[in-house]
Design a binder for this molecule. Structure first.
Ligand code: LLP
Length: 423
């Protein structure tokens, strides 16, 4: 469910015609819907209303400050994986006592910053990381609550590049090592190991891998308790998939039943780290057709967004729905086209042989379900400017990340000192 719908033949974000934004800010641009963000957060929160649950929004999915603020205002915490994300979450109004710091490679400096902010928990993924965190905390005379991420060796049955819970992946510690690692953590100064964390992958379209992983996690918690550890919280990660092609996917309420069945009787506080599920369908990328090019074998729509703006199709062969901003007549015939960007790579392709109604030069298109892992993965590749971001609420809209200009871009580099010519 999202709030990007045709009203009188024009695609709107809530009550705002997207063409109006395009006229004002130019293309391409990302556009987010407040009502959709709020709805998704509430549906997820509602599914766990009967539990002691904290929803820590995975900032990596969309780190725009206004998006973070929208979710923070609803009570969301944050799951962050870098000092940058942590700073964004704090600036967006997430209280430190609702922030979890995850990730396999936190540096000492990042740990120091996180400790100084007094965040809720740091999730640790290896013994060397445990030792470093212990040293950093003791040096400050602090004791930090930690979770230890276990790797359950479960196949999430999703794209291999976004699977994280198999033994061969770099994430977490082996379940068989959990007892030893907790004992080590308990013996080190400055650490309070109180949580077991897990995250098996992203865009899961099936609940069974969650069931398998959470079952293993519950057994681990029981075993650790039997060995004298006080486990108060479990961190169940994110990963719930969303419909990119209007497919039917498990609902948050169905997911919550799996959670209740597997870890519900541990008496632990439940921490969730949903990213995509909250923001994916709340964002679109609007782009203009530069040329319609009839190649020898096919027709190409060359649009002004490129792989540097939305990397998912190139990186994960992801499928994103594409709609014209002006609704086609109901009887319009469709024909297959390739929708491509201007970047100099064949992988700069948003859709291959997609059936679309006729599109002309200058027409505006929306690439849907682009709110998660869209703007955050953008780059300046081909020395293209980053795409601006817009947030809509009802009939109001605001630029929440401006389009940089070429001066901004040129200022980033400088010549080496021996290249500077004095004139
Ligand atoms: N927690 C941890 C520890 C994670 O690594 C992730 C995602 C999440 C939570 C949030 O997962 P979600 O609920 O969004 O599935 N760029 C890829 C997705 C990478 C996901 C990385 N980790 C894509 O565009 O599909």
């Amino acid at each position: 469910m999202n709030h990007f719908q045709y009203i009188d033949g024009e695609l709107h974000a809530e009550d705002v015609p997207l063409a109006e934004i395009a006229r004002s800010v130019g293309t391409p641009f990302y556009c987010y819907s407040t009502a959709t963000l709020e709805r998704h957060y509430k549906v997820f929160a509602q599914a766990f209303a009967d539990h002691d649950a904290l929803i820590c929004y995975a900032v990596k999915a969309n780190a725009n400050l206004a998006v973070i603020r929208t979710l923070a205002d609803l009570g969301a915490g944050a799951d962050v994986v870098s000092e940058g994300e942590l700073r964004k979450a704090l600036a967006g109004g997430v209280p430190p006592e609702r922030i979890v710091f995850s990730g396999v490679g936190k540096t000492r400096a990042e740990m120091e910053f996180a400790l100084d902010q007094r965040i809720m928990q740091i999730n640790v993924e290896s013994i060397p990381e445990l030792e470093t965190l212990s040293a950093v905390a003791s040096q400050r005379g602090m004791t930090v609550s930690i979770g230890i991420r276990i790797n359950p060796d479960v196949d999430a049955r999703t794209h291999e590049k976004i699977s994280t819970g198999k033994a061969e992946n770099k994430f977490g510690i082996a379940i068989s090592a959990a007892r030893d690692v907790f004992a080590r953590a308990a013996a080190l100064p400055g650490l309070r190991p109180i949580s077991v964390a897990i995250h098996i992958g992203s865009q899961l379209t099936d609940l069974e891998p969650f069931r398998a992983a959470f079952t293993k996690l519950a057994a681990t918690v029981r075993d650790l308790r039997d060995h004298g550890h006080r486990i108060d919280r479990v961190d169940l990660g994110g990963g719930l998939g969303i419909p990119y092609r209007e497919e039917t996917l498990p609902l948050p309420i169905e997911y919550s039943k799996v959670v209740a069945d597997t870890v519900g009787d541990l008496g632990c506080r439940l921490v969730f780290e949903p990213g995509r599920m909250l923001v994916g369908n709340a964002g679109i990328l609007v782009s203009r057709v530069i040329y319609v090019k009839d190649g020898e074998a096919k027709r190409f729509l060359i649009i002004d967004a490129a792989m540097n703006d939305l990397l998912r199709p190139a990186m994960y062969d992801a499928w994103h729905d594409i709609k014209p901003l002006r609704a086609p007549p109901p009887d319009a015939a469709v024909a297959p086209v390739d929708v491509v960007g201007p970047a100099c790579e064949t992988s700069d392709t948003f859709a291959r042989q997609r059936d679309l109604t006729p599109v002309r030069e200058g027409d505006l298109l929306a690439i849907l379900t682009a709110g998660a892992y869209g703007a955050v993965m953008a780059s300046n590749y081909n020395v293209r400017l980053l795409t601006p971001e817009i947030l809509v609420r009802g009939s109001d809209w605001s630029v929440v990340r401006r389009r940089p200009d070429y001066e901004d871009l040129l200022r980033q580099d400088s010549l080496a000192k021996w290249q500077v010519r004095s004139r």
